[in-house]
Design a protein around this ligand. Structure first.
Ligand code: MLT
Length: 218
């Protein structure tokens, strides 16, 4: 299937396993693009549909999902605006490609993990679950969202200077207080992903894949 013209430049890979109704929403890091995480997505959930937008903000030519004022200092107004735009894109893509809009799992790395966090906090209806790789606290919402029933994986690096262990602990608390089922692992290493992270994410997907199907069949 070729991609349709929607509000974000994106790649869409249809499901190759017709029994899987979960779609992975792949969100790249700063300087990445819509092709970056396709391999990771098919490794984490073989046979699932993959929806992979490119962030619309350019920082010195590098695509991102929202503006920042400095490293780790976010332009919160832009983050809110872009979070809503991404939520609209996901709804639009679900309609265009015939996806189950109640069974979308984000897989985000770094800046992509941060906008996935924005979706969970501001537009929680967009995601059923999320695997956040090297995330930070994107913003503090005015109203606590209801994240009951949502499963969230958070993978951090012990010596990550950007998404620090303290930052990760705040994020785990924010999501847990809102009712999400959070699993968090801190691995040796920094901001870059390692094979160990990917194996931890694979294990999380394997542990929840049966559940994901039964949720979608209700
Ligand atoms: C961000 O801006 O989202 C974080 O600093 C991570 C990054 O993109 O480097």
């Amino acid at each position: 299937m070729s991609e349709k013209k929607l509000s974000f430049t994106h790649r869409f890979i249809p499901a190759t396993d017709p029994t899987i109704t979960e779609t992975l929403l792949l969100l790249h890091g700063t300087g990445g693009n819509e092709n970056d995480l396709l391999g990771l997505g098919s490794r984490l959930r073989p046979g699932a549909a993959l929806l992979s937008p490119r962030g619309k903000v350019l920082e010195n030519g590098m695509p991102r999902f929202f503006r920042r004022l400095a490293e780790g200092v976010f332009d919160v107004e832009d983050l809110k605006k872009q979070t809503h735009a991404l939520a609209e894109f996901v709804a639009e893509a679900a309609q265009a490609y015939g996806l189950d809009e109640h069974n979308i799992t984000a897989v985000g790395y770094s800046n992509g993990a941060n906008i996935a966090g924005g979706l969970l906090l501001l537009r929680p209806e967009t995601l059923a679950a999320a695997a956040l790789l090297r995330p930070m606290v994107p913003l503090l919402p005015e109203k606590q969202p209801d994240l009951k029933g949502k499963e969230i994986l958070i993978l951090s690096g012990r010596s990550d200077p950007i998404a620090t262990p303290t930052e990760t602990a705040r994020l785990v608390k924010l999501f847990s207080d809102a009712g999400a089922a959070v699993k968090a692992h801190t691995k040796p290493g920094g901001h870059q992903l390692s094979e160990e992270d990917i194996r931890a994410a694979e294990a999380w997907f394997a542990s929840r894949s049966t559940k994901a199907e039964s949720v979608s069949k209700r």
